[in-house]
Ligand binder design. Structure first.
Ligand SMILES: NC(=O)c1ccc[n+]([C@@H]2O[C@H](COP(=O)([O-])OP(=O)(O)OC[C@H]3O[C@@H](n4cnc5c(N)ncnc54)[C@H](OP(=O)(O)O)[C@@H]3O)[C@@H](O)[C@H]2O)c1
Length: 292
C-alpha cells in the first residue's frame, strides 16, 4: 500500500515518519511504501503541483499533516490560514475521490466553543471561536462533502520531541530561570504525537487488511484531561525541574485568538468503533524525559 505523507517536517509528520521507519509496535514492522514530502518539496496550496504528485505517485492513502497551526497568527493571517487548512484540503479531498484514495486528515478540539460542561463527542455541534478553528472546520466539511473514503481524527494539545509545542516551550522557559505564568482555566487533553502516530499506523494496517475502514470523524486525544497549568506542573515534575510556576486566569492573558475553556474530547467513538483507547500521556512524558 502506498502512502503519501504531506507536511512531513511538522511535529506529527516527523512522529509518523519515525514510526514508519522504526515502528514501536512489532506488528507494525510490516513495511508501507511511502513518499514523505515537506513544505519545500510540496506546498499543498500549489494545486497543480499536488495534482501532478497524485497523478505520478497514485497513493492509496494521503496522510495530510500539513497545516497552518499558529493559532494567534491566524487571526492576522486569516487568508493564508484558510488557504492551507481549508482550500488546499478541499482540493486534496477532490483528488482522493478522483483516484479512489483514502484521505487521513487531522482536525482539532478548537472546532468547539468550549462552553459545554462535558467532554465533546463527535455528535456535538462545532462552533469555533477563532480563525484556526474555523479553517479546520471548513476542511472537515469539504472532506465530508467531497470524499467517500476519509478518516478525520480530531486531536488536541499535541506534544513531542519535535517542532514547536507547549512541552518544549516549558522546557525552554525553565532554562531562563524566570517566573513562568500558565493559564489554569482552560482544560484539554494533551496528546503525545508518537502515540497518535502508532494509532494512525494501526488504522492503516486495518485498512490494508480489510480494504476499507469505518469512515468518518473521530476524536483521538490523550488522557487524563488537565488545565495548561496542570500540564506544565506535570512536565516540570517529570523533569524534576524546580521552577517558579504561577497559575493565571485566561482573562488576564492577552492573546489575539480566543480559545475554548473546555476542549476536552470524548474518545469513546474511537474505542467503540476500532477498539482503540485514548493514550495516557503521562507514560509518554516519562519516556521523553528518559531520552534527555
Ligand atoms: N499542534 C497541536 O497542538 C494540534 C492540536 C490539534 C490538532 N492539530 C492538527 O494536527 C495536525 C498536525 O499538527 P502539527 O502539530 O504537526 O503541526 P506543525 O508542527 O505546525 O506541522 C505542520 C506542518 O505543515 C507544514 N505546512 C504549512 N503550510 C504548508 C503548506 N502550504 N504546504 C505544505 N506544508 C505546509 C509546516 O511547514 P513548515 O515546517 O515549513 O512550517 C509544518 O511542517 C494539523 O492538522 C493540526 O491542525 C494539532
Amino acid at each position: 500500500m502506498k502512502l503519501l505523507l504531506l507536511g512531513a517536517n511538522g511535529q506529527l509528520g516527523l512522529a509518523l515518519l519515525q514510526q514508519l521507519k522504526q515502528p514501536r509496535q512489532l506488528q507494525q514492522r510490516q513495511q508501507f511504501q511511502y513518499l514523505a514530502l515537506n513544505r519545500s518539496q510540496l506546498d499543498i496550496t500549489d494545486m497543480s503541483a499536488v495534482a501532478t504528485v497524485m497523478a505520478q505517485y497514485r497513493p492509496d492513502v494521503i496522510i495530510n499533516c500539513a497545516a497552518y497551526t499558529a493559532v494567534d497568527n491566524a487571526e492576522l493571517q486569516a487568508a493564508t490560514c484558510i488557504a492551507v487548512n481549508a482550500t488546499a484540503v478541499g482540493h486534496l479531498a477532490k483528488l482522493c475521490q478522483q483516484y479512489n484514495s483514502l484521505l487521513l486528515q487531522f482536525s482539532t478540539d478548537y472546532v468547539f466553543n468550549g462552553q459545554s460542561s462535558k467532554a465533546y463527542t463527535e455528535q456535538d455541534i462545532p462552533a469555533p471561536l477563532n480563525v484556526y478553528g474555523q479553517s479546520k472546520l471548513q476542511a472537515e466539511q469539504s472532506v465530508q462533502a467531497t470524499c467517500s473514503k476519509y478518516v478525520i481524527l480530531r486531536t488536541s494539545w499535541l506534544f513531542s520531541e519535535f517542532g514547536h509545542n507547549f512541552y518544549r516551550t516549558m522546557l525552554k522557559l525553565a532554562q531562563r530561570g524566570q517566573i513562568i505564568q500558565v493559564i489554569n482555566d482552560q482544560f484539554g487533553c494533551p496528546t503525545y504525537a508518537g502515540d497518535l502516530a502508532v494509532i494512525v499506523l494501526q488504522l492503516l494496517q486495518r485498512y490494508q487488511q480489510q480494504g476499507s475502514l469505518a469512515y468518518g470523524i473521530y476524536h483521538l486525544a490523550g488522557n487524563p484531561a488537565v488545565s495548561w497549568y496542570q500540564f506544565a506542573e506535570a512536565i516540570f515534575a517529570a523533569h524534576q525541574l524546580k521552577v517558579n510556576l504561577q497559575a493565571v486566569c485566561s482573562t488576564n492573558w492577552a492573546s489575539p485568538a480566543l480559545r475554548p475553556t473546555n476542549s476536552v474530547l470524548n474518545c469513546d467513538g474511537m474505542a467503540n468503533t476500532f477498539n482503540i483507547s485514548s493514550p495516557a500521556w503521562r507514560p509518554a512524558l516519562d519516556s521523553l524525559v528518559a531520552q534527555f
